[in-house]
Write a protein that binds this ligand. Structure first.
Ligand code: ADP
Ligand code: MG
Ligand code: MG
Length: 251
């Protein structure tokens, strides 16, 4: 069992108007096997939380801590965080010219494990994971993110998660821009990863619809850079019915 603990996290970013505090004291504890949904209005700081956990250089942690089984995550480089078992969906949104999906996945797996995966089992694992996500085998030969559709990017993100087997995955708006079929397929991939590897998941979303396919253990409502309310899956139902207005008027 692993635990990712975020304590009183404050994060700033440099803007044209100067330094702006975006996260204003976030507290969150995620254990292996748990799905935590972070829901909130646009601009509330959800992506900033994801980037801060992953170590994006644009986001400065001014106070607070992030620990993984007691180890100081904030002291780790981006690579060290990945090796420690933290995965951020969308961490490679850029095109990687000349690098195929297949080579990219194998390189990432080798970097994380410290040794190259055994070729025969690896090839089968990739094939199986792609089949599970209803991806054309040809996709493995394409260059990373080159001309990928929105849906292909999301499937590629979940493919990475299923193959890299992180301890904790932060999935930021994995549901955005997906049609119902793609949403179901991507959600099944997340559920498979949860069942087979006990990954802990931080599922960031603006909308409740993905939560029909992935049942969260906890729902956190994010408003203005901090968690304004917490509950179980029933809180998502309430948000679906009522929206975020209640939180915004009280903020
Ligand atoms: P969310 O993901 O909830 O929509 P974000 O974390 O993307 O929210 O953004 C929160 C706030 O911080 C927004 O007001 C946004 O404009 C601002 N912000 C985030 N990243 C940057 C950045 N790199 N430069 C300037 N402002 C930023
Ligand atoms: Mg504080
Ligand atoms: Mg966002």
């Amino acid at each position: 069992m692993s635990t990712l603990t975020i304590t009183d996290l404050h994060v700033t970013v440099e803007t044209d108007q100067g330094t702006k505090e975006i996260l204003r004291g976030v507290n969150l504890t995620i254990n292996s096997g748990e799905v935590h949904a972070i829901m909130g209005p646009n601009g509330s700081g959800k992506s900033t939380l994801a980037y801060a956990i992953a170590g994006h250089p644009k986001y400065t942690v001014t106070s607070g801590t992030v620990t993984l089984d007691g180890e100081d995550v904030l002291a780790m480089s981006v690579d060290e965080r990945a090796r420690a078992g933290i995965f951020l969906g969308m961490q490679y949104p850029v095109e990687v010219p000349g690098v195929s999906v297949s080579n990219f996945l194998r390189t990432a797996k080798t970097a994380i494990e410290g040794e190259a995966p055994k070729l025969r089992t690896w090839v089968k694992d990739v094939k199986d994971a792609m089949a599970g996500l209803r991806m054309d085998p040809e996709f493995a030969n394409r260059n990373v993110n080159e001309g990928f559709s929105g849906g292909e990017k999301k499937r590629h993100e979940i493919l990475q998660m299923e193959l890299l087997k992180p301890k904790f995955a932060v999935l930021d708006e994995t549901d955005s821009g997906l049609d119902v079929d793609a949403l179901r397929i991507v959600s099944e991939g997340v559920n498979r990863a949860k069942a087979s590897t006990d990954v802990g998941i931080l599922l960031i979303t603006h909308y409740t619809r993905i939560l029909r396919y992935i049942t969260p253990d906890f729902v956190h409502v994010f408003v203005d850079g901090r968690i304004a309310e917490e509950g179980g899956p029933e809180l998502a139902d309430r948000l679906e019915a009522e929206g975020y207005d209640r939180f915004l008027t009280n903020a």
